[in-house]
Write a protein that binds this ligand. Structure first.
Ligand SMILES: Nc1ncnc2c1ncn2[C@@H]1O[C@H](COP(=O)(O)OP(=O)(O)O)[C@@H](O)[C@H]1O
Ligand SMILES: [Mg+2]
Length: 420
């Protein structure tokens, strides 16, 4: 059997490819600039993946030149989901529809569908093309609020503003960055035309944040893991640093989160594949949705879920795509697991990276990935959508997760010199 992977370069997905390699199918890959990915697949085609049409054309040409038919299409990264949906439709293999793929990538359309559903609680929201529109909308929604790109990712250009003075100060920079920062995105041109370079404004949801990893099969949602994000994330920017699982939330709340995750899938018509859904839990215990992505959780989430629950979500998504029954109930007991992203201390060129081997050799550390090397120029949040590396670790007692995170984080250091 053959599986076609649609990919956009992303250093945090090595483990996904390595696992897919072991799954047993012939692997075909379409990516713009193939690098390390080639070692994990049987055949690579370079195509301009910032264009869905070019990607579909490349996929059809590839399919015609293969002796075996392509049985499944998968995408591990957000940017490849719309193209994967278009390619799957062209090849007649299971995936979410092109419409769903688009809605799950456009935060305004996603909020609109959640609101239409009726039981996917969300904040007030709306579009603003100009500062005047933003001021009016802000009086309806109420401060504090969050400004964000329609087609963003990785918290880039997501900013909290607390009052009109802050809105006036930051609106234009965030609005222009929200489009100019994503011009490589396959949805960029069409959505910019459709929405006239508008910005999304949402009511700020005060509360603890969680992420929910699911597999959907024949329209049925199986929540595999819930991660807490114990560090305060109150803005103005929202870089994601530390996650851990199992969740500390009460069982009734977990049940409600599972129900709302299934509702979110219904609202977006996600009936197959993996999803990554984020919520905040308000002080009165109400989950409010942030977003759902029609793909596996990013980077370290894969290994964290595998370590904590024994469920291999790359296997599961391949199984579901190929029409097989995934193993979602392994006998392994749940292990307390955490992971964190790390960044350079400031923007510049990396001059040294220390502590990596020390962390790798530390008790309970299951994965250390470094996405950058000495000599690479790096940015820091909020200007980037990806950290410079990650660590996944496990402990015997869940009560030790936060302290262990702090210890491991303090061992790592990326020094930079100002860029010339
Ligand atoms: N309405 C909101 N209220 C509170 N925090 C928010 C809100 N929207 C976004 N955030 C914060 O910003 C982060 C990124 O926003 P999100 O909508 O998930 O976009 P993306 O992850 O695609 O960049 C969230 O994880 C959350 O911490
Ligand atoms: Mg998000």
């Amino acid at each position: 059997m053959s599986v076609l992977i649609l990919h956009t370069s992303n250093a945090s997905r090595k483990r996904h490819f390595a696992r897919a390699r072991l799954h047993g199918e012939r692997l075909l890959l379409i990516v713009k600039n193939p690098t390390w990915e080639t070692e994990f697949v049987d055949r690579v085609v370079a195509a301009d993946t910032s264009s869905i049409e070019d990607t579909v054309a490349a996929a059809l040409e590839l399919a015609a030149s293969e002796t075996e038919k392509i049985d499944a299409v998968v995408a591990f990264v957000e940017h490849s989901v719309p193209a994967a949906a278009a390619v799957a439709a062209a090849l007649g293999v299971p995936f979410v529809s092109e419409k769903t793929a688009h809605i799950a990538r456009n935060k305004f359309e996603m909020r609109t569908e959640f609101a239409r559903h009726g039981d996917v609680p969300g904040p007030g929201f709306g579009l603003a093309h100009t500062l005047d529109e933003a001021r009016k909308l802000a009086t309806d929604i109420g401060y504090p609020l969050v400004m964000k790109p329609l087609i963003g990712g990785g918290s880039m250009y997501v900013r909290r503003v607390d009052d009109e003075t802050e809105l006036d100060e930051h609106f234009e920079l965030i609005r222009s960055g929200s489009w100019d920062g994503f011009d490589y995105d396959p949805l960029y041109r069409a959505d910019r035309e459709k929405y006239g370079a508008a910005l999304l404004l949402e009511g700020y949801i005060q509360g603890d944040e969680i992420s929910v990893e699911s597999i959907v099969r024949d329209g049925v949602t199986h929540v595999v893991a819930i991660h807490d994000k114990p560090l305060p994330m109150e803005g103005p920017f929202f870089e994601e640093v530390f996650y851990c699982t199992p969740t500390r939330l009460a069982p009734e709340l977990q049940a409600r989160i599972k129900e709302l995750t299934a509702n979110a899938h219904d609202a977006l018509n996600i009936h197959t594949g993996a999803t990554h859904t984020e919520f905040r839990i308000t002080a009165d215990g109400e989950p409010v949705i942030l977003e759902t992505a029609a793909r596996l959780g990013g980077g370290p989430i894969y290994r964290s879920v595998l370590t904590s629950t024994g469920v291999d979500m790359v296997d599961a998504v391949l199984d579901v795509s190929l029409g097989r029954t995934p193993n979602l109930d392994p006998p392994a007991p749940v292990r307390p697991t955490g992971f964190f992203m790390f960044f350079a201390e400031k923007a510049g060129v990396i001059t040294s990276i220390s502590g990596v081997e020390e962390v790798r050799a530390s008790e309970g550390v299951v994965e250390v990935e470094l996405y950058k090397n000495i000599g690479d120029a790096v940015q820091v949040p909020p200007h980037i959508w990806q950290a410079h590396g990650h660590v996944v670790f496990t402990v015997d007692d869940a009560a030790d997760l936060d302290a262990r995170f702090a210890e491991l984080r303090d061992m790592l250091r990326i020094d930079v010199a100002p860029e010339q």
